[in-house]
Design a protein around this ligand. Structure first.
Ligand code: SF4
Length: 71
């Protein structure tokens, strides 16, 4: 499973890295540091990834079976 964070949608609410501290981190402006990235979810962190996706009020976080070329 992959997690994809849409850099155009992220508004820096910071909920994602609060609920998924082992997966995501914040940058110095309060945005998720992984903004605009798609990467494979490490073993054991799928639940945190799902919680991060559910917590984002902008719908910026998607979970994908495969990394998309355009992501
Ligand atoms: S919760 Fe959503 S809007 Fe907020 S920092 Fe995370 S990805 Fe960005």
């Amino acid at each position: 499973m992959f997690i994809s964070i849409d850099g155009d949608k992220c508004m820096g609410h910071g909920r994602c890295y609060s609920v998924a501290p082992d997966l995501l981190s914040d940058d110095e402006q309060g945005y998720v540091a992984q903004c605009g990235q798609t990467f494979e979810i490490p073993e054991g962190l799928l639940e945190q990834a799902q919680e991060a996706a559910d917590a984002c009020p902008e719908g910026a976080i998607s979970l994908l079976d495969h990394a998309r070329a355009d992501a």
